[in-house]
Design a protein around this ligand. Structure first.
Ligand code: FHN
Length: 452
C-alpha cells in the first residue's frame, strides 16, 4: 500500500465530512511553503491530558509538589501501581466538539495534544501497546480520533505531542529509574524501535493531516536516533512540522516553557506556556493568568516574531477547567476585534518599547536584569504598523522614529475606521486619541504607511 493510500484510508476513518474539509497534504515545495500556516496562525492550544488527571496532584492523600503530569516520577510511583489508574479513567464528559469550539472561540488556529506523555500511556488506540485509552480503560473511545474529526470540521489544524525518549512505563524507555534502574544500562534503541517509532507511524497514518509533531525532553537522543524520527515524519507526511525538542534541528525553535525572549528573535519559533503553574490538571492550582496578561503575552510574543502555544489541562471527567475556558474566550473576544494585528503579523521594527537592561540588578541567571516595559507593543504587515496600547495614553501617542511616511491612522476597535488626527515631523509621528480607550484590554492603533 502506498503512503497516499494509507492516508486516504485514514481520512475515510475520520468520516466523510472531515475528509472533505482537510485534504491530504502534498509534499511541500519549499520550507517557506511548509511553514506558511504556522507563520499565519500565531496562536495555538496545547492540551496535556492523561491518567495523571485522576490523582490531579495528590497521591495517597498527600499533595505532590511540581507539575501534575510528573506525579508518577515525583512520587516514585511503581509502574504496577500507576497503571491501575487506567481502570478508573472514564472521562464521560469529554466532548471533542466542545473542546475544539472553545479553541475556535479563543481565536486559536492549531491544537497540539499529548498522544503519549512521559508516563507512557497512549491517549489513542495504539496497536503497538495495550497500554492505551481504548484497550485499558472503561472509556474505550479514541478521543484523538474524535478531536481530529472535530478539528477538520472547524478548519483548525491538529498535531500531536509525543514523548519520544522518556517513557516511565517501559523498562528500556528513559526516565524511570525507580523501577528499572539507571538509563545508561537500558537498551534504549529497543524501546525506540519497539514502541516510540511505530507509535509515531500510527499517529501519522491514522488521524488525517497532522500539522506538527511536538517531541519533548530529548534525553539520549543522538543525531542518528533523531534522524529515524525525521525520516518517519518526512516519509509519511512531508508537510508535518517537527518542533525544536526532538534532539536535532526541527522546523522551528521551541523556547523554554513559559520563556518569552526579551527581544526580536529571527526565524520561526514558539513559546509553550501554561495558564497556571502546571500542564496536566492539578486540583489545587487555581492561580490563573488573567485575560489581560494572556493578551499581553500573545502580543508580546508576536511582536518579537514568535507563536504562542497556550496549554489547558482537562480533568479526568474530560472537562477543560472553567477559568481556563473563560480566560481564553476573553482573549478570543479581543482577537475578534484586533486579529488583523496578530494573524500573519511580523515583528516590531522598533525595540525600545520592549524594556531596558538594569545593570545595577541581577536576574536569576546572574546576568543584568531585563526590566520588561508593558505600555505598548508593535506588530507589522506590509504598509501597516499596529500599535497595541496596553496603557491608554493621555490625549495622544507619539512614535519617535518611524521610517517612511504615515498616511492614515485609525483604531481597529472603531468599526468605521474613522481617521485620527496625524502629525509627522521627520521620523516623529503623533496621533491624537480619544479621551477614553475604546474596546477591551488593548486597543490597537493602525498607522498606514506610504509605499516606498
Ligand atoms: O517534561 C515536560 C512537561 O511535562 C511538559 O510537557 C512540558 C511542556 O513544554 N515539556 C516538558 C518540560 O519542558
Amino acid at each position: 500500500m502506498t503512503q497516499r493510500m494509507i492516508l486516504s484510508l485514514s481520512l475515510a476513518c475520520l468520516g466523510a465530512s472531515a475528509a472533505a474539509a482537510q485534504s491530504v497534504p502534498a509534499a511541500p515545495v519549499s520550507q517557506d511553503a511548509k511553514m506558511q500556516w504556522f507563520r499565519e496562525a500565531k496562536f495555538g492550544l496545547f492540551i496535556h491530558w492523561g491518567l495523571y488527571a485522576i490523582p490531579a496532584g495528590e497521591w495517597k492523600g498527600q499533595p505532590v509538589p511540581g507539575i501534575g503530569e510528573w506525579i508518577m516520577n515525583r512520587a516514585r510511583i511503581p509502574v504496577r501501581e500507576y497503571e491501575q489508574l487506567a481502570a478508573r479513567f472514564n472521562p464521560e464528559k469529554f466532548n471533542a466538539e466542545a473542546w475544539v469550539q472553545m479553541a475556535e472561540d479563543a481565536g486559536m488556529k492549531y491544537i497540539v495534544i499529548t498522544s503519549k506523555h512521559h508516563d507512557g500511556f497512549a491517549m489513542y488506540h495504539s496497536q503497538v501497546s495495550k497500554y492505551n485509552i481504548v484497550d485499558a480503560t472503561p472509556f474505550k473511545r479514541d478521543p484523538l480520533k474524535e478531536l481530529a474529526a472535530a478539528c477538520a470540521r472547524h478548519g483548525i489544524r491538529f498535531g500531536f505531542y509525543y514523548s519520544q525518549a522518556q517513557d516511565w512505563h517501559e523498562p528500556n524507555g528513559a526516565g524511570n529509574t525507580w523501577d528499572f534502574g539507571p538509563d545508561n544500562k537500558k537498551d534504549f534503541d529497543q524501546y525506540l524501535r519497539g514502541k516510540a517509532e511505530p507509535q509515531v507511524k500510527e499517529l501519522l497514518t491514522g488521524y488525517g493531516p497532522v500539522c506538527l509533531i511536538w517531541f519533548d525532553t530529548p534525553r539520549m537522543m543522538t543525531p542518528e536516533r533523531s534522524q529515524r524520527f525525521i525520516d518517519i515524519v518526512h516519509n509519511l507526511q512531508p508537510a508535518t512540522l517537527i518542533d525544536g525538542r526532538l534532539g536535532s534541528q526541527g522546523d522551528y525553535r521551541s523556547m523554554g516553557d513559559n520563556q518569552i525572549p526579551n527581544a526580536v528573535v529571527p526565524g520561526d519559533w514558539e513559546v509553550p506556556a501554561t495558564l497556571n503553574h502546571t500542564w496536566g490538571y492539578k486540583k489545587d492550582d487555581n492561580d490563573w493568568k488573567t485575560p489581560e496578561d494572556l493578551t499581553f503575552k500573545l502580543v508580546d510574543i508576536v511582536s518579537k516574531g514568535g507563536n504562542y502555544l497556550l496549554n489547558v489541562g482537562p480533568t479526568a471527567e474530560g472537562v477543560i477547567p472553567q477559568p481556563s475556558q473563560d480566560n481564553l474566550r476573553a482573549v478570543g473576544r479581543w482577537l475578534k476585534v484586533n486579529g488583523e494585528a496578530i494573524y500573519g503579523a511580523g515583528p516590531t521594527p522598533f525595540g525600545d518599547e520592549l524594556g531596558t537592561v538594569d545593570k545595577t540588578r541581577r536576574g536569576k541567571d546572574g546576568k543584568p536584569l531585563f526590566v520588561v516595559a508593558n505600555a505598548w507593543r508593535c506588530t507589522t504587515k506590509p504598509g501597516k504598523l499596529f500599535i497595541h496600547l496596553f496603557k491608554w495614553p493621555d490625549g495622544s501617542f507619539t512614535l519617535p522614529d518611524v521610517k517612511g511616511k504615515a498616511t492614515r491612522a485609525y483604531l481597529l476597535a472603531d468599526a468605521r475606521h474613522k481617521p485620527l488626527k496625524l502629525r509627522q515631523q521627520g521620523g516623529r509621528v503623533t496621533v491624537s486619541l480619544p479621551k477614553t480607550a475604546p474596546g477591551e484590554i488593548a486597543p490597537v492603533l493602525v498607522l498606514e504607511m506610504a509605499a516606498n
